[in-house]
Write a protein that binds this ligand. Sequence first.
Ligand code: AMP
Length: 187
Amino acid sequence: MSIGIVILGRQGAGKGTQAVRISETFGVVHISTGDMLRAAAAEGTELGLEAKLIMDAGNLVPDDVINGIVKERLLKQDAQRGGFLLDGFPRTVGQAEALSGYVGGKLQLAINLDVPIGEVIARMLERGRDDDTTEAITRRLELYEVKTAPLLDWFSDEGILEVVDGSGTEEAVFERLVSAVSKVHAV
Ligand code: AMP
């Protein structure tokens, strides 16, 4: 059966880099909502341009918009067959509820890639993306605590939450992630 994994954690925790490596290692499709929105912005679609304004301010794209994008992506054959690793989604309880409605029992693991606030701020300032201004970083971290952190309890109640320490070298974190994913899915 194909598997569904979500990776949660503050922005700057290293989710993107690790998600790419994990999806290659386990043969699942990497779905990053941030990458999808940035691609739409670069193409200059109406949705993309609206999303860019929201992203640059550090705000969240409305649930109904992002839920629709993710649903469509999950329906594609690669994700249906090979399973998926969602990176950057869900970010609100409303998104988690929508996701569980789409995929139900396929969702087998929610990883919290845990990195302290001080460390993620330093990493984001080094990264220098368009939306990595001090104001947007502050706003995103606020929204994470208010909107996304409650998902940790939500997934814990579902019995699928694993906390992985995201501090240290990329390699050390990757090894911790591989061992967490290996509990539910063979390499
Ligand atoms: P990320 O690449 O995951 O850091 O996302 C970059 C930006 O895209 C976020 O700060 C949000 O503005 C937007 N975004 C990405 N994923 C979502 C989501 N699941 N819900 C709402 N907004 C999102």
